[in-house]
Design a protein around this ligand. Structure first.
Ligand SMILES: [Zn+2]
Length: 321
């Protein structure tokens, strides 16, 4: 059995795993990123985290073939430099060669959203499919695309940014400088904003009870109140699903994937979210009477997708066999 190391590099934590040829994580370690310590210290911690994961897996570090890293930002076309990672305050750093020097292992970089869709397509919710679109609904909206078994990230560094397609012309201002971006309406943060607005307008809503009197409003609040029959929460959810469906159907019309994967905590709402989302997506896809629109499913690998996908960067050099 061959093993690879996958590192999911986040602004908060560095999660490393030893992944076998079948995509199983056989050992893992997670440590705080400590980005405020500076680039060099974080790279050393990344190398140490790989060693900890190898110890947890009970394998010798020499058994690890190579290292893949999912970066929260843009990587160059050769997959060796981080062009920019705003959450880490990194700009144009030679991460792959510096990890190689510390670990003695060939290292390849990838965008974290690309790693997630690669993992879900290889051994998760889209297993066996050759084309897939993934949207992750979190603080923002990220995403990736697989075409013919390969990551499609366009030309030039930076990759795809489906969260910054315009969904509402002249809509809410986004951190990217534009207005009305998908992530201003379809992210978990957007759902929480709309939940708060609805609560302010409707003091009788069950959303107050479900959020401890407004003290713990999160992405589940409106879902839980709607499931208990609250009509104001149902309005929030219906509107949210409608926005997500608009974003998804736009991507389906462009890429015509075999399957659409939804990641992030919201996807954990299961059929209560995914079923109406499917219905809305299908009704909005072009020529849906003639061409069967793809199924939209919840991601299956959760946070592990980042580690597995990073390992797969080296395992398959982005090809899904
Ligand atoms: Zn934007």
């Amino acid at each position: 059995m061959r093993y690879y190391a996958g590192i999911d590099l986040g602004g908060t934590n560095i999660a490393a795993g030893i992944v076998d040829e079948t995509g199983q994580i056989v050992g893992r370690a997670i440590v705080p990123t400590g980005a405020e310590r500076g680039y060099g210290a974080v790279v050393r911690t990344m190398a140490e985290t790989v060693n900890l994961a190898a110890s947890a897996a009970g394998i010798d570090r020499d058994s690890v073939g190579s290292i893949g890293v999912g970066v929260p930002g843009a990587v160059d076309l050769d997959k060796v430099r981080v062009v920019e990672a705003p959450n880490l305050a990194w700009r144009d750093v030679a991460l792959a060669s510096e990890l190689e020097a510390l670990c003695g292992k060939k290292t390849i970089l990838g965008n974290d959203a690309d790693c997630a869709v690669l993992a879900e397509t290889a051994c998760g919710a889209a297993r066996g499919r050759k084309s897939a679109v993934m949207l992750t609904l979190g603080t923002g909206v990220g995403g990736g695309v697989i075409i013919d078994g390969r990551i499609f990230s366009g030309c030039g560094p930076g990759g795809l940014e489906p969260g910054h397609m315009t969904l509402v012309h002249g809509g809410e201002p986004c951190s990217c400088g534009n207005r009305g971006c998908v992530e201003m309406y379809a992210s978990a943060s957007a759902l929480i904003r709309r939940t708060k607005r609805a609560m302010d307008m409707h003091p009788d809503s069950l959303m107050w009870e479900k959020s401890g009197g407004g003290l713990s409003i999160d992405g589940k609040t409106a879902f839980e109140a709607a499931k208990s029959g609250d009509k104001w929460a149902k309005c929030v959810i219906d509107e949210y699903i409608s926005y997500v469906a608009s974003a998804v159907s736009g991507l389906v019309n462009i890429f015509r994937p075999e399957i659409v994967i939804i990641g992030g905590g919201i996807a954990g709402q299961g059929d209560y979210f995914i079923k109406p989302l499917n219905a809305a997506v299908k009704s909005r896809c072009y020529a849906n009477k003639l061409i069967s629109p793809p199924e939209t499913v919840a991601a299956a690998l959760g946070n592990d997708a980042g580690i597995i996908g990073a390992a797969m960067l080296c395992m398959q050099k982005e090809d899904i066999k």
